[in-house]
Design a protein around this ligand. Structure first.
Ligand code: ASP
Ligand code: MG
Length: 412
C-alpha cells in the first residue's frame, strides 16, 4: 500500500480535543488506502517547559540528560495519538525513535540522522497495523543513548521518514494554512502560494519565514520528497496548503515569489584594516570560532593599504563578535582602527527562481526602495535572491513596497 507521512506540530496536538480532531484526519487518509506514518511534536509549550527545567537544575547541563528530558514530550503525544486512533478502531501503534530505530550521530541536542531502516515498521504494516505514530525530534546514538535533532526537529523527522519509506507525500500540519508571499502581519496583500520550489523555500526558511525547519527543506530537496504545508484547523481539500516541490513541477511562476525579512540584524564595520593577504581569514576565523553567524560581507576598495570591512550578524551576537575581534587585535592577528556596530538594521530579501532567467530584478528592487526614501546599507545577492540591509524602522515599509512592486498579490 502507498505510504503517506503526516506530521502534526505542537499546536495541532495541544490538548486531547485537538488530538482527537487530527486523528480523524489520519482516519480519512487510512480510509483512502494509505499506510500512514504519523510524526508528532510535543504538545505546544511542553518542550520549552522541559528545557526550562533542565536549565533550572543545571545551567551547564550534560547534553545527554538534556536529550533524555526534552525528548519526552513527543513520547506522550505519540502514545496518546495511538490510543485515540485505537479508540476509532484504526490499528495503530506508537514508536519512540529508538524503537524504529532512527539512528543519529552523537551530537546531542543537535544530532544528524544517519539512517532509518524501514524493516520494523514495514513488517508491522504487513501484519495489519495501519498507522505508525512516531515520536518526532528524537533518535538513538551509536552509543545507544537518546538524541534530539534540534528545536523544530520534528519537521526533519517527518521528511526523513518520507524519504526512507518512499512516501507519496509528506504533509506538515501546522497552525498556518501555507507558505505566503510575505508575512501577512506586515502586508495585508500577502498571498498564499499554491506551490513553491525547494530552493525558494530554503531561502525563505533560512531568511526567517519560520514555517519549516531549514534542515527539513534541505532533506526534502535532496531526496525529492513532496512536502505539503497545511493547517490542521481548516477543512481539508486537495488545494489546501502549499506544495513545496521541485522546480519542474511548477509551470509558471513570478520572477519574485517571496519577500522575506529578518528584523534583528546588526551591521558591524572594521574601520581602516590593514589590507594584506589573509586579512579576511584573520577576521572571520575568530568570528566563526566564537560562534558568530556572519551573513553579508563587504570589503571596500583600499586606499594606502588600508580598507574597511563590513559584515552583518544577528544583533544578539554583537557582544560576542566585539569580544572576538578585540582579542584578535590584542594578539596582533588583525589590525584595525575602530569597530562600529549598528544594531538598528534589518534585512529584507526578494526571492525567486525566475531571477535566474530574468534580468532587472535588482534594479527594480533598488528603485522601489529609493522611491520610498529608504537608504540601502549593504547588498548581497545569490542566483535566486537579493538581500539588502536597511534601517530597521523602514523594514515594514520596504516589505510592503517590494511586495507591491513585484505584484506578488497576483499569481503568475
Ligand atoms: N518539540 C520540539 C520543539 O519544540 C520539536 C518540534 O516540535 O519540532 O522544538
Ligand atoms: Mg515547528
Amino acid at each position: 500500500m502507498p505510504v503517506l507521512v503526516m506530521k502534526f506540530g505542537g499546536t495541532s496536538v495541544a490538548n486531547i480535543d485537538r488530538i482527537r480532531r487530527v486523528a480523524k484526519r489520519v482516519g480519512v487518509e487510512v480510509a483512502k488506502g494509505y499506510d500512514v506514518i504519523v510524526i508528532v511534536s510535543a504538545m505546544s509549550g511542553k518542550t520549552n517547559e522541559l528545557v526550562g527545567w533542565v536549565r533550572d537544575i543545571s545551567p551547564l547541563y550534560d547534553a545527554r540528560e538534556y536529550d533524555a528530558v526534552v525528548s519526552s514530550g513527543e513520547n506522550v503525544t505519540a502514545g496518546l495519538m495511538a490510543l485515540t486512533l485505537q479508540e476509532m478502531d484504526i490499528p495503530a501503534r506508537s514508536w519512540q525513535g529508538w524503537q524504529v530505530p532512527l539512528r543519529t550521530n552523537s551530537s546531542h541536542s543537535a544530532a544528524r540522522i544517519d539512517e532509518i531502516p524501514p524493516d520494523n515498521i514495514t513488517a508491522k504494516f504487513g501484519e495489519g497495523m495501519r498507522v505508525a505514530v512516531v515520536a518526532g525530534f528524537q533518535g538513538i546514538s551509536p552509543e545507544g543513548r537518546i538524541t534530539t535533532l534540534g528545536r523544530g526537529g520534528s519537521d526533519t523527522t517527518a521528511v526523513a521518514f518520507a524519504a526512507a519509506f518512499g512516501a507519496e507525500r509528506c504533509d506538515i500540519y501546522t497552525d498556518v494554512d501555507g507558505v505566503y508571499t510575505t508575512d501577512p502581519r506586515i502586508s495585508a496583500k500577502a498571498r498564499k502560494l499554491d506551490r513553491i520550489a525547494f530552493e525558494e523555500m530554503l531561502e525563505l526558511a533560512s531568511l526567517g519565514a519560520k514555517v519549516l525547519q531549514t534542515r527539513s527543506v534541505e532533506l526534502a530537496m535532496r531526496y525529492n520528497v513532496k512536502l505539503r504545508v497545511l493547517s490542521s484547523f481548516e477543512e481539508p481539500s486537495d488545494e489546501a496548503g502549499t506544495l513545496v516541490c521541485s522546480e519542474e513541477e511548477i509551470m509558471e511562476s513570478n520572477v519574485v515569489n517571496g519577500i522575506a525579512y529578518s528584523r534583528d540584524e546588526a551591521k558591524m564595520t572594521l574601520i581602516s584594516v590593514a589590507d594584506r593577504p589573509g586579512i579576511a581569514a584573520a577576521i572571520f576565523g575568530p568570528l566563526s570560532e566564537a560562534g558568530v553567524n556572519v551573513d553579508m560581507i563587504v570589503q571596500n576598495i583600499s586606499e594606502d593599504g588600508r580598507t574597511d570591512m563590513t559584515f552583518s550578524c544577528p544583533t544578539e551576537q554583537v557582544a560576542r563578535a566585539e569580544k572576538a575581534l578585540t582579542a584578535a587585535r590584542e594578539v596582533g592577528e588583525v589590525n584595525f582602527r575602530d569597530l562600529v556596530a549598528d544594531t538598528e538594521v534589518a534585512k529584507v530579501s526578494a526571492v525567486g527562481i525566475g531571477m535566474r532567467s530574468q534580468s532587472g530584478v535588482a534594479a527594480r528592487m533598488f528603485k522601489t526602495l529609493s522611491d520610498e526614501g529608504v537608504n540601502i546599507k549593504v547588498i548581497a545577492t545569490s542566483e535566486i535572491k537579493i538581500s539588502v540591509l536597511i534601517d530597521r524602522k523602514y523594514m515594514e515599509l520596504a516589505v510592503q513596497a517590494l511586495h507591491d512592486a513585484f505584484e506578488l498579490d497576483k499569481s503568475a
